[in-house]
Write a protein that binds this ligand. Structure first.
Ligand code: SF4
Length: 350
């Protein structure tokens, strides 16, 4: 979507707000408390994500309302399968990210500084109004990593709620507990990319850590925010039976069997162009393991037309939401229940 994109001077004050989570240190240094990286930053320097800057001992976000990507996507593309099926989501991003995944699909914005990409000033009320004008019942914070534009995301979610528009977060979940808890009180769903189930992978492929992401999932679950998990299966890196089993057992023990889990197909991208796309058999093996562990809603993604795109009632096994790709072909839900056997299907349906 064109937003009449325009570049702005580096110091455009409209984009700059004081950061909500940091502490002041001696000698005008600051320590960021937004994500587990906890960057310590000297005056006039920025944190790892490139969008937060120390100016004279005060820490600022440089990307409030500084939107570099805006599109209307089906909510299924996020993917969220148990959240307003078929709804168009007004989706926005700013530059920057707090990790550097070797398979990133949006590296051109995630690994850029704000002044390196074309951006538009889109304050929260205008974003909510634009979503309304485009008949989108939901705003999605996505494409790069919304944790790094935290202040904008929270303000936009609040502006959306005042006019009846929901907010969903599409994140890697690399965030500290305090900001996460506050975020949970202001948004309607969070999709977490759980990129692997090993610290080694997080260290070598993501440049992050697994443990804080698992802690984030537990907190989201405890606070009752609707959550779905995506696991991008990459040949040779995170595709063993043992890892699929450990992942699904952890989900079952810590989050329960009703959290939707999406195994999605990898396509060679960015710094992992040397690896092939994920074979279908690998994805089906992952699903078989998760099904055998007892998870109720295990999906396969990036394989349009596969039967594992549908939602099945865990009790009577009928299809309750039929999908092809991101398109809804039919629903058999009535007030959140299977229309055949009245089993409650968890999710946000209206
Ligand atoms: S949000 Fe950015 S500045 Fe803050 S700790 Fe994380 S990477 Fe560092």
């Amino acid at each position: 979507m064109s937003l009449n994109a325009a570049t702005h001077p580096e110091d455009d004050s409209r984009f700059i707000v004081e950061a909500q989570f940091y502490e002041k240190l001696p000698y005008k240094k600051t320590r960021c408390k937004l994500c587990p990286r906890e960057c310590v930053i000297d005056d006039r320097e920025r944190g790892y994500c490139g969008v937060r800057e120390n100016r004279g001992g005060t820490y600022y976000s440089l990307v409030h309302s500084r939107v570099c990507a805006a599109h209307i996507d089906p909510i299924e593309k996020k993917p969220l399968f148990h959240f307003l099926p078929g709804a168009p989501a007004f989706s926005v991003a700013t530059a920057g990210c707090n990790v550097n995944c070797k398979m990133c699909q949006n590296w051109d914005i995630s690994q850029s500084r704000p002044e390196q990409v074309r951006s538009t000033y889109l304050p929260p009320k205008d974003l909510a109004a634009l979503a309304q004008q485009n008949r989108c019942p939901v705003i999605a914070y996505t494409y790069s990593e919304p944790v790094i534009f935290y202040e904008y995301m929270r303000d936009a979610a609040e502006a959306g709620h005042t006019v009846g528009i929901k907010s969903v977060v599409v994140s890697g979940g690399y965030i500290q507990q305090d900001p996460l808890k506050k975020l949970c009180h202001g948004v309607d769903a969070i999709k977490i990319d759980l990129k692997a189930f090993s610290e080694k992978y997080y260290k070598e492929i993501v440049n992050g850590e697994l443990k804080p992401v698992l802690d984030a999932l537990v907190t989201i679950h405890k606070l009752g925010v609707w959550n779905e998990i995506v696991y991008l299966v990459i040949p040779t890196l995170n595709d063993s039976d043992a890892e699929f089993r450990a992942l699904t057992q952890w989900i079952k023990s810590n989050l329960g069997v009703d959290v939707p889990l999406h195994f999605t197909r990898f396509h060679p991208e960015y710094l992992l162009k040397n690896l092939p796309p994920t074979p279908l058999e690998t994805l089906e093996r992952a699903k078989a393991i998760a099904d055998a562990e007892g998870l109720h809603y295990v999906y396969l993604g990036n394989i349009p037309g596969h039967p594992a795109e549908n939602t099945y009632c865990p009790k009577c096994k009928h299809v309750v939401i039929e999908r092809i790709g991101f398109t809804i072909k039919g629903t058999h839900l009535r007030k959140g229940k299977c229309e055949y056997c009245q089993q409650v299907i968890p999710g946000i349906w209206q």
